[in-house]
Design a protein around this ligand. Sequence first.
Ligand SMILES: [Zn+2]
Length: 291
Amino acid sequence: MSIERNLTRKFIFERADIRGEIVHLDSAYRDILAIHAYPPGVARQLGEFLAAAVLLSTTIKFEGRLILQAQGGGEVPLLMAECSNKLEVRAIARGAETATASEFSGLFGSGHLAITIEPDEGQRYQGIVSLDSGSLAGCIESYFENSEQLATRLWLASDGRVAAGLLLQQLPEQVTREAALRAEQWEHACTLAETVQREEVLELEQEALLYRLFHEDKVRLFAGELVRFACSCSRERCHNALLSIGPTELLKLLDEEPEVKMDCEFCNAQYRFKRSDFTAQLGDARSGALH
Ligand SMILES: [Zn+2]
């Protein structure tokens, strides 16, 4: 029996300054895998990236997206997963079709993970951490540790069918003011979460998983929010991208080919442009005039 659950849910510890997030993706994850022919090891890593992108994106308070991007010297030169504030996800593993490794280190080698927060309007923010931790969760945790942000731990799991994860994050002082007690409460929550098994993250209902881990603590679980696969590409964006190369280059391109092709590597959408699509910007082909 399998239930379609593309849900992320927040929870809080009522007697400690700790928040959490729990995500479970099935069809949203499988829709992405269906577009590409990734080997099982890559598909599993991509699932962990998706789950982590959702978990980290849930703190974004503006219109925009969170992007996780691993770039290294391993078999997969680039793996990227995005989640928007509307909980729309997409992901890609570039050059991954022939990868044979199944573990994080073998797939990515040495390199770095970029965590980017990209508002639709305004300044983007990017944090960088090395890929040396041996797992995506480890890399993200050391990023939070090094950047002196709020302590954050993640548990991620993915099996090519389901991608899921759990996040714990310390909150600024509110319930507990005493430093030693704050540290003790954080330690306690992490120790309990540490007992979680991969199968439990993948298979248990979210309520059941939280009960299994934190039933002795007072934890409040909020309603789930739906996550879905959706690509942000569009004909208009491709049109603008072509215009951005400049009129001379674009005219050259349109003269060489009857159609300029732009394919989206995330969703395989195909966009085709002819000279006449740019009449408004480049003028009429016969007169050759530039506006
Ligand atoms: Zn697309």
